[in-house]
Design a protein around this ligand. Structure first.
Ligand code: ATP
Length: 361
């Protein structure tokens, strides 16, 4: 019936012009956001931009200053008194510091939220979820005997056990080391998709958001800067902030003449910009294609390598680019594999324009 209700009543979660102030400071500013049934949405943004506050508002742990929150078709938060408490919202919560009950076994922890079910059913359900998260063998141990990552899995199983309409996850993987984190992310995403659970996940890690999310809402200073699929945000960023958030980029400035801007890397098309206007040119390091020319740079008029470093799956080159008109530009290039030309090596450069972005000043 839950799924039927979700299907008929639109979004699983809807935030309607939600605003939140602390001591007169707005930390969440009139935010609209919805979660469709089964959709994973990531709130992404730098520290302090209001992600956790927004999640706490959805959970019922924080009252918004104004705006409305709907879960399914139910209004759960509104100015003038409606404020359904967290335990009545049918949401599953898991935070960075998962607080398992130390005096209960893993199995008992997971059964905790479904104690209204018959005992046998509780057990079956809990073991099924623990199994999906790779923790079935630990059912009868106490939390303190588990690693942080294992505790995190149990906390997720516990939050999922009551089949919540919406899962709310706040940096649930951030206390884990990189290897373990990848594995748990993978398992968690699998389970969320299998159970078709609408999920709002807070993270400051762009890679995590891209991996987990159907849609990302990128925040800055209490506002959503851009919402879209990971591909939307990565390939059609709305502003420089969005480009920069997904990794270091080369940034240069130029002036538009006759629909193009001239750089040492060639003429870049600048459609839609007025003649004479100055533009910011953002070039992802992976947009720069590097080809070795014969020998050292004969004079300093040739583009050449200043430094090269192996990062692992990619190589990072620091390059001095020279244009035909004597213009010079320093930039980073990231190329796949082991590609480590020596300092002074002459190179020719080409840009993958799908990873180059122009913005007006
Ligand atoms: P982080 O990734 O560091 O957790 P965040 O994006 O989740 O950051 P929030 O935790 O939502 O950001 O905090 C947003 C702002 O609101 C911060 O400046 C924070 O200090 C402030 N804030 C949050 N909760 C309270 C509170 N209960 N009282 C006063 N200020 C608060």
């Amino acid at each position: 019936s839950d799924q039927l209700e979700n299907g008929l009543s639109g979004p699983s979660l809807m935030l309607d012009r939600v605003h939140c102030q602390f001591h007169g400071d707005s930390v969440v500013k009139d935010i609209n956001l919805h979660l469709e049934a089964g959709e994973v949405v990531c709130l992404l943004g730098p520290s302090g931009c209001g992600k956790t506050t927004l999640l706490r508002i959805a959970a019922g742990l924080q009252m918004p200053t104004r705006g409305k929150v709907f879960l399914g078709s139910s209004l759960v938060s509104a100015p003038g008194g409606v404020q359904v408490p967290p335990e009545k919202r049918n949401v599953g919560l898991a935070f960075q510091e998962s607080a398992l009950f130390p005096h209960l076994t893993v199995l008992e922890n997971v059964c905790f939220g479904i104690s209204s079910m018959p005992k046998k059913q509780q057990r079956t359900r809990a073991l099924e979820l623990l199994g999906r998260l790779g923790m079935a063998d630990a059912a009868n141990v106490y939390p303190h005997t588990l690693s942080g990552g294992q505790q995190q899995r149990v906390a997720l199983a516990r939050a999922l056990a009551p089949s919540p309409r919406v899962m709310l996850l706040d940096e649930p993987f951030s206390s884990l080391d990189a290897r373990l984190r990848d594995q748990i992310r993978d398992d968690t995403l699998h389970v969320l998709k299998e159970l078709n659970t609408a999920t709002l996940l807070v993270t400051h890690d762009p890679e995590e958001a891209m991996f987990m999310a159907d849609r990302i809402a990128l925040m800055r200073d209490g506002e959503i800067v851009q919402t879209g699929t990971p591909t939307d945000l990565y390939c059609n960023p709305a502003e420089p902030f969005v480009v920069n958030f997904f990794g270091q980029v080369n940034e240069h400035r130029g002036v538009v003449h006759n629909g193009v801007v001239t750089t040492p890397l060639g003429h870049l098309e600048a459609k839609g910009f007025e003649d004479g206007s100055s533009v910011r040119i953002l070039i992802r390091p992976e947009a720069v294609k590097v080809r070795q020319l014969e020998g050292q740079a004969g004079d300093d008029r040739t583009s050449h390598v200043l430094m090269s470093r192996l990062l692992g799956p990619t190589s990072l080159l620091h390059i001095c680019a020279h244009g035909p008109d004597g213009q010079e530009m320093h930039l980073h290039a990231k190329v796949p594999g082991v590609f480590l030309p020596e300092q002074g090596q002459a190179v020719s450069l080409e840009l993958d324009m799908s990873q180059v972005f122009l913005f007006g000043e």
